[in-house]
Write a protein that binds this ligand. Sequence first.
Ligand code: ADP
Ligand code: MG
Length: 137
Amino acid sequence: MNQAFIVTKEHRRFTEFANAMRKEKTIGICHGAAGVGKTNSARRYANWDALEPYINEWGPRGDHDAKHYALANRSRTVFYTPEVLCRPKDLMHDIDYWQVKVGICADEHLRSLMYEPEIVRQKDVTRLVELLIIDEA
Ligand SMILES: Nc1ncnc2c1ncn2[C@@H]1O[C@H](COP(=O)(O)OP(=O)(O)O)[C@@H](O)[C@H]1O
Ligand SMILES: [Mg+2]
């Protein structure tokens, strides 16, 4: 997704919908004709164009960490596109992987706001993730 993102009416509806699912801790299905922008909207919501490469690199910490931690904390969302015929075991493994990584980032952000970070470290950072978006489900 390189060209400029346009905040369309559909995107606003997607955001509203995702916020509702997140708040109510429930499941929803977003459907529509191919090309209307479901994937783009979902990736945008999850800040995935920034977080996916950051998590994939997962190298030594650097100057741009704080920005990504803040993004993860804001969206608290994992975006995932499963293989067409994936094994359930792989699916669960992958989702867990992304949830841990987004959770760690959100946790780092929260700890950066605290005075005594070691005391408040989350026991289970995956609990910080509030929404899982499965594309092409
Ligand atoms: N909000 C948007 N702003 C700009 N371009 C968009 C937007 N949403 C979709 N597009 C364009 O439309 C194409 C198809 O969108 P996509 O999200 O893949 O649709 P869907 O997942 O619903 O099939 C994208 O590659 C992009 O070029
Ligand atoms: Mg799509």
